[in-house]
Design a binder for this molecule. Structure first.
Ligand SMILES: [Zn+2]
Length: 422
């Protein structure tokens, strides 16, 4: 699930060794008092955890080492059963970044403590005190999340979930040779169509609409970009702001429109220079190409319109996949004298998660459509509408369909070794 858009009531934590825990006991006491907890301990350490008299009387379970296939999933399922909890109302808190793939497959909300990986959890925190703050935020009206995701998730009363969140660094391999003079920041995640989370993720839906439609003014996306540029400018002053230029054959400049909207009325507006970067030649759409072809497709594809000696240039793009396009634009800017390039993207593309795709069927008798994320053309707010629109005009508020989709994601769907007959 997407942790920020749900209302979790349970936490399952894969505990670190007891020997590393003693120094943090205060944080553990704060944490387990916040929700119902199950603690999966290292084998043989459940007695130690039980003797700590943690608030809320968490369920303490020794990690079962028997499952050979998907051990994390099997242990999480046992913890869900002990709590009588379902995946869509539970968070998995874990420390080992190598567990990320299996953790995502449990379809619980995921909070990783430590460092982010290429595959991002729903949220990552650097240490246990940050985890306490994140879980506390889920209890109150300040859900944790990536800045772009919480600020563009509009609930039924037309308000984003939150106006702050994490802006996180990315290190695409394609930019490794530029690392001393460039940096990349992502405002959220982007899920490709093949990913089961794509259908419930408003930031992804808004990015897709930005890519596809003409003259979209999304005030939520604009406020996210504007806020992020102010944040960066306060730390290292910007001197020019531009975006990946549209292909010469394109008839619209959606990124340019969004940047213009984002800077409207802000002190940074005079720094906007859409003409700074131009396409030197036409190019294919990157999404249709393999990783190798993507690099060749954009090599030498951009040029600078004038010298930008010593400038700190902000380069904006919608989605970061391999990073080849941003890298090639950064090279053109650095060649023309820029001293530094900071890249901002709305979403960092995630490797697709293999999990069942659920759909909420339209409730109108006889209609074969499914409910899709749609946007109110007046206020840009989000709702669910039938895929057969305009033939079918059935709509629903955000929480109604989200909850229905969640409930199809039960713990019985978690297949463990014991469920497979050989
Ligand atoms: Zn319908």
């Amino acid at each position: 699930m997407l942790v920020e858009v749900n209302a979790p009531r349970f936490v399952i934590v894969v505990a670190p060794p007891a020997s590393e825990t003693a120094a943090n006991l205060d944080s553990w006491h704060q944490l387990t008092g916040l929700m119902r907890f199950a603690i999966l301990t290292r084998p043989g350490e459940s007695m130690w955890w039980s003797s700590q008299s943690l608030p809320g009387s968490p369920v303490v379970i020794d990690w079962d080492t028997a499952p050979f296939l998907s051990p994390l999933q099997a242990n999480v399922k046992a913890a869900l059963e002990a709590l009588d909890a379902q995946p869509y109302e539970s968070i998995l808190l874990f420390y080992d970044a190598d567990d990320i793939q299996e953790a995502l497959a449990t379809r619980l909300g995921t909070i990783l403590i430590g460092r982010p990986t290429d595959r991002l959890p729903d949220y990552f925190v650097k240490d246990l005190p940050e985890a306490v703050a994140a879980v506390r935020g889920l209890r109150s009206n300040s859900p944790p999340g990536y800045f772009g995701e919480v600020a563009t998730t509009v609930i039924s009363r037309g308000r984003p979930l939150a106006s702050r969140g994490k802006i996180f660094p990315r290190f695409p391999q394609a930019m490794a040779d530029l690392s001393s003079r460039t940096s990349v920041r992502a405002l959220g995640r982007y899920f490709a169509k093949a990913d089961a989370r794509a259908k419930k993720h408003q930031l992804t839906a808004r990015i897709l609409r930005l890519k596809r439609q003409v003259h979209v003014h999304d005030r939520y996306l604009a406020s996210v970009v504007g806020g992020a540029l102010d944040h960066i400018h306060q730390r290292q002053a910007l001197t020019a702001i531009t975006r990946v230029p549209p292909r010469p054959s394109a008839t619209i400049d959606n990124l340019g429109t969004l940047l213009t909207d984002a800077l409207h009325g802000r002190p940074l507006a005079p720094f906007l220079e859409l003409a700074l970067l131009q396409s030197a030649r036409d190019r294919e759409k990157q999404r249709d190409l393999s990783a190798v072809d993507r690099e060749a497709n954009v090599a030498g594809a951009f040029e600078c319109s004038h010298l930008c000696d010593g400038a700190h240039v902000l380069l904006f793009d919608d989605v970061l996949t391999t990073g080849n396009t941003a890298a090639e634009c950064a090279r053109a800017l650095l060649r023309s004298g820029a001293s530094r390039v900071t890249v901002i993207v709305l979403g960092a593309d995630q490797n697709a998660l293999a999990a069942p795709h659920y759909a909420r069927l339209c409730v109108r008798p006889g209609c074969t459509g499914v409910m899709r994320i749609r946007f109110n053309s007046g206020n840009n707010g989000c709702f669910w509408g039938c895929s057969e629109f305009p033939d079918c005009g059935r709509t629903a508020v955000w929480e109604t369909v989200l909850n229905a989709l969640n409930e199809q994601n039960s713990r019985d769907q978690l297949i463990t070794e014991g469920d497979i007959s050989f």
